[in-house]
Ligand binder design. Structure first.
Ligand code: DX5
Ligand code: ZN
Length: 216
């Protein structure tokens, strides 16, 4: 079954702990943590401190999505008992190979390394490092905001990645982020996605349980 990673960017920040507790109980597989710096993307969200304050509350691991410039400077601050993936943007890393190795060295080697691609970045730019990553995150909106419209070309990128994974006999996971809903989830799953991120579709829904079920 496809895994679901609700993005807390669309949660009610005034009661974030309760929001995380509820979403875990409703079947989240991960908590998607969207970190934005106001430079790489035109928005500022929150940092590692907010995430850490949820450690006792979340019953599922964190899937950390860093939309920040120069991520190496801050990587270690995102390591907690709950951190499973730390994902950086290909477009934000001049020395991507080094950054991937850096992530994999964290937490005594238990942290998994992800790389994300913006909608305009082709999959083949990952060809030299694809055998080193644990996860590829395909952005299906331009990063920076929740609630944007899904870009359908992302489905082709998922299909291409899935083909590469099979051809090279690799094990990385494919995650998709942005505008995911009950209508496009099955297309992404058929194309080869393993984890779907959803923010507004879940948190802004009147029936969150149903929203999660319709994606799964
Ligand atoms: C966008 C973020 C996404 C976003 C998803 O920059 O990386 O994770 O919160 O939100 P929705 O599902 O509303 O597009
Ligand atoms: Zn995200």
């Amino acid at each position: 079954m496809i895994q679901i990673s609700p993005s807390i960017l669309s949660a009610d920040f005034s009661r974030l702990g309760d929001e995380v507790k509820e979403i875990c109980e409703l079947g989240a597989d991960y908590i998607h943590v969207d970190v934005m710096d106001g430079h790489f993307v035109p928005n500022i969200s929150f940092g590692a401190g907010v995430m850490e304050s949820l450690n006792e509350i979340s019953s599922v691991p964190y899937d950390v999505h860093l939309m920040i410039e120069d991520p190496d400077k801050y990587l270690d601050t995102f390591v907690t008992d709950k951190t499973e993936f730390i994902t950086v943007h290909q477009e934000a890393c001049v020395h991507l190979d080094r950054t991937i190795e850096h992530i994999k060295s964290l937490g005594n080697g238990v942290i998994k390394a992800g790389v994300s691609l913006n909608p305009a970045t082709p999959v083949d730019l990952l060809s030299c490092i694809i055998d080193k990553v644990d996860l590829v995150l395909i952005m299906s909106v331009n990063p920076g905001f929740g609630g944007q419209k899904f870009i359908p070309q992302s489905i082709d990128k998922v299909r291409e990645l899935s083909r590469i994974r099979e051809e090279k006999n690799l094990k990385f996971l494919i995650e998709v982020d942005g505008g995911v809903n009950g209508d496009n989830a099955h297309l992404l799953k058929e194309a080869g996605a393993d984890i779907l991120v959803a923010g507004s579709y879940i948190f802004k829904s009147g029936d969150r349980k149903k929203a999660i079920e319709s994606i799964k």
